[in-house]
Ligand binder design. Structure first.
Ligand code: ADP
Ligand code: ZN
Ligand code: ZN
Length: 811
């Protein structure tokens, strides 16, 4: 008997019987019947049949789909454990850990019956029916294959079945994604070449071919001459598996590893000791940008490899060419599998198999590379561990760091989390002894940190008379940079939530008086009334508090409230007008929609064909361009008004990252931060690159509200086509949550916040509400489980409920 996790939204596994003589280890996929359908599930445990949970007869596994487990046992167990924590059904979590499209699919087999054959022979069926029947031939075919050829065949198949001309039976279709093979040819071993060539004297084509072929298998075009050589036994033809998606030539010249700095040596020593001793230690490698973290990762990876063990390196998905990936390729060559979102399903599958078969010891990639199926891990590295991209926001809402932690624990290997601006939660756990902190406090080769200048936009002399987006000091800095033949990045952290909430004249922003979270403007439904510019309302999407929009800025009284539109496009125009001879490129969501455009603009900037790059968060990370000596941040405080308790943390991280782009080469870098809030800790401390103090301030701010890391959050999102039904579900389930708290079922200390409309109130015609549970780890989960159970009831038909434990964003 086997216990199977099926990919359906229920928090249970199910038992099935195996046929006599069949076996299926944990991690093997099986086809089973569930809820009136056939689905592909994953075996999570095998049990003696006496332990049957279900009364009555146990249903049988319809088909065992794998000979070998797709997931190693330790990985399977890690996924299940994190799934429990993430409130995700086990089958859905496991499906996320397996490369998509690689399982056989439930399908229907169609077979031509003797009556059908007779009818065909007598010419009794014509038109579409005839075509479909003809296409069947002698052997059984899969229905989806027939439908792919004849899209209109569904009705025809049903009619032909009723006529008794064909039969339809449950079966399986082959996986969509399969290994791809190619034919390769080589001269047969032990062939007497001279003799063979003599015998081909009358066949010059064959002779030439044979002479060209070697004893190493090579692909060749299948010609009659080649087939004749194979027929004669002179040449052997074999199928060879292709590996799709292997990275091309390394972009960087392969260089020798540098001598480590004393700080790097200390950090590496600690990590190396844990690798050698097979200890599951967690390290926070805290080092400013350019302090040599990547070098430490690489050295540690070498040590793991020397011990015969494998390595996973995670990088945030920034763009297809991430410099950490390039540098690993430069050092480790083809011992690397690269997994990123730009791969096709086939490429992903082939890279995955290289790992599964132990053919490459290093897997490097974005979030989902944490599922790399190694059985002998010696090291896991997460670079830029604070990055939000490590949290999945659909299906299995896991954080790669959590999977990494459990895998490292099982494998007995260290986990290294690297960052210049660690996640506040990570720093908290480090302060409480869960992680060991390793510091790289200086840039390599004593390169100076960039100087950061803060421009107070509230000061009239700095802002200038025109009230444009560029202050006088920033303009001056651009002039100087252009004159020196160096490059500038101008960064505008513009996200849609500042409308009607943030004043670009004075920097004032409206916040909730209960939660200290920025309010969000919601336009009213229906057509906009011209006589009422103030339609809509401002809401706190944490607690639901609301107020009316203001006609003028409450602080500076500027009539439009300065709450006008401003974006990269306007910035681009202003820059072009101010510096007519400069070559300016823009990088934002508009330009990156065109495929390849983003890469093209970046590449041009890399080659020095652009003087100024204007852009959104995309310009912030990862690009290491020596000639960039000036980075300007147009509105450093804008991110502080993002409706999230992490707004301060995100702003500090972003400003530090952006500043890190300046002065990567020999020339010292310079950063100009324009802001209305020069004293705000997230901005003032970014100027001095002072993470430790930022961390203390941030924690002190969160404490009174009980935000994480003091508590955990579970976010419940309600969505559906009917606005009323969604609101009703949100309100009713909030009531239920409050009853849960009174009933005291392990939910002490849990707070219910909301319900409130989601900041993005409407997406693709779905209305969205939300509810937050804030409190101790187990408590918030207990309440959330109960609410999800209730939400499946008929009273909430048409409303989808999604749960996210420890959300990174709540939009
Ligand atoms: P980080 O990952 O912390 O931003 P990097 O590893 O990218 O830092 O290092 C910054 C630069 O310094 C890189 O160009 C790298 O090649 C170089 N570097 C790293 N370690 C050393 C070292 N010990 N000696 C000389 N150069 C080094
Ligand atoms: Zn509030
Ligand atoms: Zn104002």
């Amino acid at each position: 008997m086997v216990e199977v996790a099926v990919p359906v939204p229920v928090d249970e596994t199910f038992d099935y019987a195996l046929l006599d003589g069949e076996t299926a280890e944990p991690g093997v996929r099986v086809l089973v019947a569930h809820g009136g359908r056939r689905v592909v599930g994953v075996v999570v445990a095998t049990k003696p049949s006496t332990a049957a949970r279900a009364r009555g007869t146990l249903r049988a596994v319809l088909q065992v789909l794998d000979q070998e487990p797709v997931l190693p046992l330790a990985l399977l167990e890690a996924v299940l454990r994190v799934a429990r924590d993430a409130l995700c059904p086990p089958g859905i979590a496991l499906a996320a850990a397996i490369p998509p499209g690689t399982a056989a699919r439930p399908g229907t087999k169609v077979t031509l019956l003797p009556a059908g054959l007779r009818a065909l022979e007598r010419g009794e069926v014509r038109g579409m029916l005839g075509k479909v029947l003809w296409s069947l031939g002698r052997r059984a075919r899969s229905e989806s294959e027939i439908r792919a050829r004849f899209p209109a065949a569904v009705a025809a198949l049903e009619r032909l079945e009723r006529l008794g001309f064909l039969s339809r039976q449950p079966g399986t279709d082959p996986p969509r994604v399969r290994p791809r093979t190619e034919r390769v040819y080589r001269v047969a071993q032990g062939l007497d070449r001279a003799l063979a060539e003599q015998s081909l004297a009358r066949a010059p084509k064959q002779l030439a071919l044979l002479q060209a072929l070697g004893s190493a298998p090579a692909p060749a075009r299948s010609t009659p001459a080649l087939r004749a050589l194979v027929e004669a036994g002179f040449v052997i033809c074999e199928e060879r598996e292709l590996v799709r998606g292997s990275p091309g030539e390394p972009l960087l010249p392969s260089e020798a590893a540098p001598e480590l700095t004393p700080h790097q040596r200390v950090a590496l020593g600690e990590i190396a000791a844990a690798i050698d001793a097979r200890r599951d230690r967690q390290f926070l490698l805290y080092g400013v940008t350019g302090s040599g973290k990547t070098e430490v990762y690489q050295r540690a990876a070498e040590i793991a490899l020397r011990n015969g063990r494998s390595v996973i390196v995670l990088v945030p998905e920034i763009s297809l060419t991430h410099q950490v990936v390039d540098r690993f390729r430069a050092r480790f060559g083809d011992r690397i599998a690269v997994l990123h979102s730009g791969l096709s399903a086939g490429e992903r599958f082939d890279q995955w198999r290289l790992i599964r078969e132990g053919r490459v010891p290093i897997a490097i990639g974005a979030r989902s590379a944490i599922f790399a199926p190694y059985t002998d891990l010696g090291l896991i590295v997460i670079d830029e561990e604070h990055d939000g991209a490590y949290k999945s926001d659909e299906g299995f809402r896991y954080h790669a760091r959590e999977i990494a932690r459990v895998r490292a624990e099982r494998a007995g290997c260290p986990l290294v989390l690297g960052s210049a601006t660690p996640d506040v939660g990570t720093a908290w756990r480090s302060a409480h002894g869960e992680l060991q902190r390793l510091s790289l406090p200086e840039r390599v080769a004593s390169r100076p940190m960039p100087t950061v200048e803060i421009v107070d936009m509230a000061s009239p002399s700095a802002r200038g008379p025109k009230r444009g987006m560029l202050s006088r000091p920033l303009r001056q800095a651009i002039v100087e940079t252009l004159a020196a033949g160096q490059q500038t990045i101008l960064f505008l952290n513009r996200r849609g939530f500042a409308a009607h909430v943030y004043c670009f004249s004075c920097g004032f922003a409206l916040r909730c008086r209960h939660c200290d979270i920025s309010l969000v403007y919601h336009a009213s439904e229906g057509p906009r009334r011209i006589d009422d510019p103030l339609e809509g309302e401002l809401r706190c999407h944490y607690c639901g508090y609301r107020e009316d929009p203001k006609s003028s800025c409450p602080s500076c009284k500027s009539p439009e409230g300065g709450m006008q539109a401003f974006g990269t496009e306007r910035l681009d125009e202003e820059v072009a007008a101010a510096f007519p001879s400069a070559r300016v490129g823009r990088l934002d969501r508009d330009t990156s929609k065109r495929k390849g455009a983003q890469r093209g603009i970046l590449a041009a900037f890399h080659r020095g064909e652009l003087d100024i790059l204007v852009g959104t968060q995309m310009v912030a990370k990862g690009h290491d361009i020596p000639n960039v000596t000036l980075v300007g941040v147009v509105a450093a405080d804008l991110g502080l008004h993002f409706p999230d308790f992490r707004a301060g943390e995100r702003t500090f991280q972003l400003l530090t990252q952006v500043a890190g782009r300046a002065g990567r080469g020999l020339e010292p870098g310079r950063v100009v931060l324009q802001t209305f809030l020069p004293q705000h800790y997230a901005i003032a401390l970014a100027r001095t690159h002072d993470y430790p103090r930022f961390y203390r301030e941030e924690v002190a701010r969160r404490r009174p509200h009980g935000w994480p890391p003091f508590n955990e959050i579970v976010h419940l999102a309600f969505s559906g086509k009917r606005a009323r039904a969604v609101e009703h579900a949100a309100v009713t389930l909030t009531g239920l949550a409050k009853t849960c708290l009174q009933d005291d079922t392990g939910s002490e200390g849990v707070q219910v916040l909301g319900p409130a409309p989601a900041p993005l109130t409407r997406i693709r015609d779905e209305f969205r509400w939300q509810l937050l549970l804030l409190g101790p780890r187990e408590g918030v989960r207990a309440v959330a489980r109960e609410l999800v159970r209730q939400a499946h009831g008929p009273a909430f038909a048409g409303v989808t409920v999604r749960v996210d434990a420890n959300p990174m964003q709540m939009l």
